[in-house]
Design a protein around this ligand. Structure first.
Ligand code: PRX
Length: 643
């Protein structure tokens, strides 16, 4: 497979960019002409950001799996589509060719059909990182069912909320999942999530850990038994459902500044074009190369750069079940040498955590197959960038710092590997088709002449016009989508991030400007964590802020007013952590809990988070104006009790 739209030089990037801004419709139509359509589009783009209404390739008919599977069969049927490395290095790995994957997806798509799943139905997928997860995702897409993958670290309560919001009738899960030394009982979590649920009709359970599970008659079935059934029925082929360009492909829940996660919806055609285009260009992907994205498919990074981007490009995607530090901190490096990985795409948190183990785990590791390195999910500090460059890339691999979001579907700002210049800790330039701008609080564009002595301007990051994989809606609540992203600044998509821009047009993302934390590259809303803490019987009120954390980027700091009868603070802390784990999942556990007798509030009762943030950051000297506080004395108490 060749990629006629692959950018080959900095000049080529500039030309493509200019073209994409001058004539976006022509630009994207050209790229789209290299995909497989059942029917061509009537118009390339219709949009306004006020409703918002965003339609790409309206009138076109397609199925994304025909682009990810069928169209590669003739030329690349025997090429590995997915290489799977199990959690335990002693267990056999699996190589799944395009032909195998096609057959397995068709087979499981027939299982879904046989179990009553139809186009437009929502299917919740809660699995570990085994090939069946990718197969389940693609099988949904094959028959036009809308998948909603939930990361395996979320609790039963979180799943229940998502099932309810999506009105999902089907679940695909595993008995359990292996992650490092842990064995996570996924099916049992699903059972808890389903207590009282009357909507879910069927749970399909794949075998992985062979932990004991309770299979409820009439509701729960085994993946393997269902496969046998369709085999007996002679159902092997599964023609792809013909989808409208704008039909939803999936829902993925993500945190915002309110207490309730939002179901971000992506549409079939635009998402396909954009993930493919960015995969091919950001990583400068060459046919035959092995791409190792270390994310979990439960996050957008896994959707776009383990599954849809690489497979639509006929690439080889390496999928890893385990964690970077088990059985030891050399695991990534072993995997890279074992499969001769060419592209490594990971999170700054993973790099910082591996840095902490020193150079020992790198001894004897060649890493000479690596050509490109990438980072995603959070700002990368210069120290981690240089360590990655020196010890992993051996100073010969370009590093791409890719900035994007669940809502953007694919990378919006990044250098192109080996093509456009890198700048440590800067995401650098926008992708063709992406028009960022920085605004002040009132939505006024910050002019270049507002630059400081280094030529840098700073503001809130917005995007002017849609790119093909712009969020289409938040599931079941379009108004929420409008309010969240398109109403802060009229006619702009607001990212929620702050950024800097230098005189060369490079962007550096400085972090969220709303009440969203980024912990180990995972988005968590402070309101969500507060709601979870407040569920604990002894808690009166709480306030959660982020603080700089050496490894996780941001840590979670909770100020808690507690009037429970328990005298033992350590135990109370543990109880609160247990509550958060139950309500959201272990990823949202506060790193620090400080008990306070009150919170700094304005006379109107608003918590002054700015002050709490500064105290958590250790900046107690200069707290700014505290005169508007109801009880300024509380600040002293909180300062003195800082952990
Ligand atoms: O704050 C930005 C940060 O992660 C947020 C998006 O999180 P999520 O939707 O979970 O998607 C993560 C994977 C794409 C952004 O609003 N972020 C993401 N990439 C970067 C980043 N911050 C700095 N640099 C990045 N490269």
């Amino acid at each position: 497979m060749s990629y006629p739209y692959q950018i080959k030089s900095f000049e080529g990037y500039k030309e493509a960019y200019e073209q994409s801004v001058k004539n976006p419709e022509g630009f994207w139509a050209d790229i789209a002409s290299h995909f497989h359509w059942r029917r061509r589009w009537g118009s390339v783009l219709n949009w306004n950001f006020t409703e918002p209404k965003i339609e790409w390739f309206k009138g076109a008919k397609l199925n994304i799996t025909e682009n990810c599977l069928d169209r590669h069969l003739d030329d690349a049927g025997n090429r590995p589509a997915i290489i799977w490395e199990p959690n335990d290095p002693e267990e056999h790995h699996r190589v799944i060719t395009y032909k195998d994957l096609y057959l397995k997806v068709c087979q499981f798509a027939n299982v879904l059909k046989n179990n009553g799943v139809k186009k437009g139905d929502r299917v919740c997928i809660y699995m570990g990182m085994i090939p069946e997860l990718a197969i389940a995702v693609l099988a949904c897409a094959r028959i036009g069912a809308i998948h909603s993958v939930v990361f395996g670290g979320f609790s039963a309560q979180s799943i229940a909320d998502r099932l309810y919001d999506a009105q999902a009738e089907y679940i695909i899960t595993c008995d359990g999942a292996y992650r490092g030394a842990k064995d996570i009982p996924l099916k049992s979590v699903i059972d808890d999530a389903l207590i009282g649920n009357r909507t879910v009709k069927r749970v399909i359970v794949a075998t992985r850990t062979r932990t004991a599970v309770s299979m409820i008659k009439g509701r729960d079935v085994w993946w393997e038994d269902e496969i046998k059934k369709v085999e007996t029925l002679g159902m092997t082929d599964c023609p792809a459902e013909e989808m409208d360009a704008e039909d939803p492909l999936f829902i993925l829940y993500t945190s915002g500044s309110t207490g309730k996660p939002k179901g971000v919806v992506h549409a079939c055609a635009g998402y396909m074009i954009y993930t493919n285009y960015t995969f091919v260009n950001v990583f400068n992907y060459q046919p035959g190369e092995i791409h190792f994205c270390t994310a979990d498919i439960g996050w957008i990074t896994g959707h776009s750069y383990i599954v849809y981007g690489p497979l639509s490009a006929g690439g080889t995607s390496l999928m890893f079940e385990g964690v970077p530090t088990w059985p030891d901190a050399g695991r990534f490096w072993d995997i890279i040498d074992k499969y001769k990985v060419n592209i490594l795409y990971t999170a700054p948190t993973a790099i910082r955590s591996l840095m902490g183990f020193g150079l020992g785990p790198l001894q004897g590791k060649k890493l000479d197959s690596l050509r490109i390195l990438g980072t995603v999910g959070e700002p990368i500090n210069e120290e981690a960038w240089h360590w990655y460059d020196e010890h992993i890339g051996k100073r010969k691999c370009p590093i791409v710092d890719t900035w994007w979001q669940t809502e953007t579907g694919g990378v919006l700002i990044s250098n192109l590997a080996g093509i456009t210049p890198a700048k440590p800790s800067w995401a650098t330039l926008p992708m063709p088709g992406v028009q960022p701008l920085l605004v002040d609080e009132n939505g006024h564009e910050i002019p270049d002449d507002a630059a400081d002595e280094h030529g840098i301007i700073s503001g809130n990051l917005c995007i002017k016009a849609p790119w093909p994989s712009t969020i289409r809606t938040t599931y079941g609540d379009h108004e929420r989508c409008r309010k969240n992203y398109f109403s802060t600044y009229p006619n702009l998509y607001f990212t929620g991030d702050g950024a800097l821009r230098d005189a060369d047009g490079n962007y550096r993302i400085t972090g969220r400007v709303d009440d969203v934390l980024n912990v180990s590259g995972h988005r968590i809303g402070t309101a969500e964590v507060e709601n979870a803490i407040n569920m604990h019987a002894g808690v009166v009120e709480s306030a959660v802020v982020g603080y700089p954390h050496d490894i996780k980027g941001q840590g979670i700091y909770a100020y808690v007013i507690y009037n429970g009868t328990h005298g033992d603070e350590t135990l109370t802390r543990k109880d609160i952590l247990q509550t958060v784990t139950r309500i959201i999942g272990a990823i949202a556990k506060p790193d620090k809990i400080q008990f306070v007798s009150g919170l700094p509030k304005t006379r109107s009762g608003k918590i002054m988070r700015r002050i709490l943030r500064k105290i958590a950051e250790g900046e107690t000297a200069n707290l700014g104006d505290t005169t508007t506080l109801l009880d300024p004395g509380i600040v002293e108490e909180i300062k003195n009790g800082k952990l």
